[in-house]
Design a protein around this ligand. Structure first.
Ligand code: FAD
Length: 744
């Protein structure tokens, strides 16, 4: 690539993508309320949060007075109330997944521990919000809402307590040690319950006034497990426990609490009924946490994306200024003007970080938006099912069988050209809320674990790359953008709310939903269509990689290994988890391409974005291409391992010989087809000798479809390195502010 600072021929990125670009990419250009929330969250992040980090507040595990100031800052900025409905003290009505994700993005841009602290309060309230009785919702939301002007009260803070001392909970949430028993039950009075629960690593516990805790029944008069609300003032022990000696996220409070409390049965989240003298909780603890984690993992995914994107500006600044001050680096020389950016490798590695940051943000925000649409549909579904007297398990499954059929019909109709489909039926199905719920929920249920798994897991790997680009500076506390801290912090994001295994397990269930798979097939067509009018986006590469994944998925569904054992099986994580991993790459890349399409469509209407749009668009498109190629490579590797890896390699034995030419046979063929013997590799001599290699080459019978797609995929990489070179030129010329707008 060129190393001169000469003006590039194509349009390049003029400035780093600002708010206006982000509002289009993440689809909140028409949401003034969210734009204000972004601004207020940013002032907290780049104000008190950044100061706390710079002052070394991360050097203590204790929840100090100074850290406690964060809570008031969240209240004042509207962060605490963003989760609530207006009637509960909030200011955003309806679903708030995108709002919470934007808050997480802003706070995690500086410090994800701060973001976690704010979100953990929502997590504590989530069980009550999703499954609580109206009375529970009213009480705890109002208590947790920040004081209104003229009100003299301190808002309540909450903690969510699921994980227990090893060997309980963690990944296997079915195993609970926390117990609930009947303490007193006087005739005609509400039962009083005795709750014993020990938590491990519980966020916000240093100051929480209440905790929503998962407990199992230890009494035959209580039917099942449940989530129960414990308050600070309850009779018994509410011990916050010792602070966790974390090396990460020190701006959130974490400790191992001990609870031994007597509470009324009305604290069971979602309430209970009495049946034959037994307390029957409306929801088991699993049903509640399923509803909670269904969405809240998205915000965790956003945190790691924010870290990657926040690394770009500090790294560019470092690279450019690296040699300034040295005798040989005088203004006007390449050394002075470009610094490390004279070198291709640093530019290309930064592009990898940036591309991953864009893709992961695209995926997480898409998931958040999807939940914003699903949430009201889900409420409608609950209402309709209740109206029809359908409750839980089997009857719901049976009911949804016919809905799924209609949903598949809808998707089939969508994929057909307008003039040769039944548009009346299409409209009818489009207006059917249950059908639309089933379709969107199948996508949301994949996007959430995918974003959590991929953004945090792969993000932490790329965060290391960002740190390495800062050299030794990267692993000092003085590193601008706190990159070293962020690298370590990202490991926690990959751990809590369920580590990788939990997300992969979820995906192995949700990605097999026929509604999801149908849409996935339609997305392949969608990517080809984009590629047709916009080559250079990587959409074509991605479509082929998606095809390869689909082929492999089908192969594993029906195929067996060399021993005749089924490939796709609940206990065969090497297959199911690998396919889940591969899928995530595809989903993130697709979403990034769709976002770039959105920018192309909406950018011209925004005067700020329109200025320099050509360069921004070219750059973002090149990043899509880079990421699609990376995704394709990962998917090809994973799929090839699965497709070939479970066949036993042939050996020089009787069976293996069957696939080889005999020397005499070759001589005969050579007489008929001259030159033939030069193509044969596995030849057995008259005396039984054979070439020095492991064994005859494996036969690929039945795999030609896979080979064809994989070959095509390699060809689809055409142009990607040119895109990288072009994007690298943008890195050399893009303007950045004089200094970071938060302390170092
Ligand atoms: C700072 C911090 C704050 C936290 N805050 C909270 C909180 O507020 N509330 C709360 O309830 N919890 C909280 N947690 C707990 C957190 O959710 C758990 O640490 C997390 O779920 C992982 O569980 P574990 O530590 O038991 O790991 P383990 O379950 O021991 O996992 C270890 C490894 O084994 C893998 N693994 C485990 N089981 C399987 C399996 N079946 N198949 C394949 N692989 C598997 C995992 O993926 C992981 O890589 C917090 C943790 C930390 C560190």
């Amino acid at each position: 690539m060129a190393t001169s600072a000469a003006k590039p021929e194509t349009e390049t990125l003029r400035t780093l993508p600002g708010d206006d670009v982000r509002q289009i990419l993440w689809r909140f250009a028409d949401r003034y309320d969210l734009q204000m929330l972004v601004q207020s969250s940013r002032s907290v992040a780049r104000g008190i949060v950044a100061h706390l980090v710079a002052e070394g507040a991360r050097n203590t595990h204790e929840w100090t007075e100074r850290k406690n100031e964060l809570l008031k800052a969240y209240d004042d900025a509207g962060i605490t109330a963003a989760f609530m409905e207006p009637e509960e003290g909030g200011f955003i009505s309806g679903p708030k997944n995108l709002a919470l994700s934007l808050i997480a993005h802003e706070l995690a841009w500086v410090d994800a521990g701060a973001a976690t602290g704010s979100l953990a309060g929502c997590l504590a309230l989530s069980p009550i919000h999703e499954r609580g009785t109206p009375e529970q919702r009213q009480k705890y939301m109002s208590l947790a809402a920040p004081a209104q002007p003229g009100e003299d009260r301190k808002p309540w803070r909450g903690a969510f307590c699921l994980t227990e001392p090893i060997p309980y909970v963690g990944v296997d949430t079915g195993m609970l040690n926390g117990k609930v028993r009947v303490a007193e039950w006087n005739e005609g009075e509400e039962p009083m319950l005795q709750v014993e629960k020990r938590g491990r690593f519980i966020t916000n516990m240093g100051f929480a006034n209440f905790a929503t805790a998962a407990v199992d029944t230890a009494d035959e008069r209580i039917k099942s497990s449940c989530i129960i609300i414990l308050e600070e003032g309850d009779e018994g022990v509410f011990d916050r426990g010792t602070p966790t000696r974390k090396m990460v996220h020190q701006l959130s409070s974490t400790s191992d609490p001990i609870f031994s409390l007597k509470v009324p049965a009305s604290r069971i989240v979602g309430g209970y009924t009495l049946k034959d003298g037994v307390i029957v909780p409306t929801y088991t603890h699993s049903e509640v946490i399923e509803a909670v984690f269904k969405r809240t993992r998205v915000t965790v995914a956003v945190m790691t994306s924010a870290k990657l994107l926040s690394a770009i500006e500090p790294v560019i600044r470092y690279q450019r200024g690296r040699f300034r001050g040295a005798e040989q680096a005088t203004p006007g020389t390449l050394r002075y003007e470009l610094g490390l950016q004279q070198r291709e490798d640093v530019l290309h590695r930064l592009l990898d970080v940036w591309a991953m940051g864009e893709a992961s943000a695209a995926l997480a925000f898409a998931a958040a938006r999807c939940f914003d649409v699903v949430d009201p549909l889900e409420k409608e579904k609950t209402r309709i099912l209740a109206e029809q007297g359908i409750k839980g398990g089997k009857s719901e499954l049976k009911f949804f069988r016919s809905v799924t059929k209609e949903a598949l019909e809808f998707l089939d109709l969508c994929a057909k050209p307008e003039d040769c489909r039944n548009n009346v039926r299409l409209l009818e199905l489009h207006e059917n809320k249950l059908v639309q719920y089933a379709i969107l929920d199948s996508v949301a249920s994949v996007l959430c674990p995918a974003a959590k798994l991929w953004n945090t897991g792969k993000g932490s790997v790329l965060m290391r790359e960002a740190v390495s680009l800062m050299g030794g500076y990267g692993i000092t506390e003085d590193c601008p953008g706190f990159l070293g801290h962020k690298w370590m912090d990202s490991q926690l994001e990959a751990t809590y709310e369920g580590p990788e295994a939990v997300q992969r397990r979820n995906l192995t269930v949700t990605m097999t939903n026929e509604l999801f798979l149908k849409q996935f097939r339609n997305w392949i067509i969608e990517m080809r269509a984009i590629a047709a009018h916009k080559p250079g986006t990587g959409a074509c590469t991605l479509a082929t990689a998606m095809q390869l994944w689909m082929w492999t998925y089908n192969h594993t569904q029906n195929g067996t290994d060399a021993n005749g054992n089924k490939l796709y099986h609940g206990t065969r994580q090497a297959v199911t988890f690998a396919l889940a991993d591969a899928l995530c790459w595809l989903l993130a890349s697709r979403q990034q391409i769709l976002d770039a399409q959105e920018l192309e469509a909406k950018g011209p209407d925004n005067p700020v974005v329109a200025e320099g749009l050509a360069g921004t668009l070219q750059f973002m498109t090149d990043l899509c291409h880079i990421q699609a190629a990376k995704a394709a490579g990962e998917v090809a590797r994973i799929c090839a391992e699965l497709v070939y890896g479970y066949n036993r390699h042939p050996a020089w034995d009787e069976d293996g010989y069957k696939g080889c030419y005999q020397e005499q046979e070759l001589e005969m063929l050579e007489g008929v087809i001259p030159g033939f013997s030069a193509c044969a590799t596995d030849v057995i001599g008259v005396d039984g000798t054979h070439p020095h290699k492991e064994g005859p080459c494996p036969s690929c019978r039945g795999l030609s479809g896979f080979q064809r797609i994989r070959n095509k995929l390699d060809g689809c990489l055409t142009g990607v390195m040119l895109a990288k070179d072009r994007a690298a030129e943008s890195l050399q010329t893009v303007m950045i502010p004089e200094a970071l707008d938060y302390p170092m």
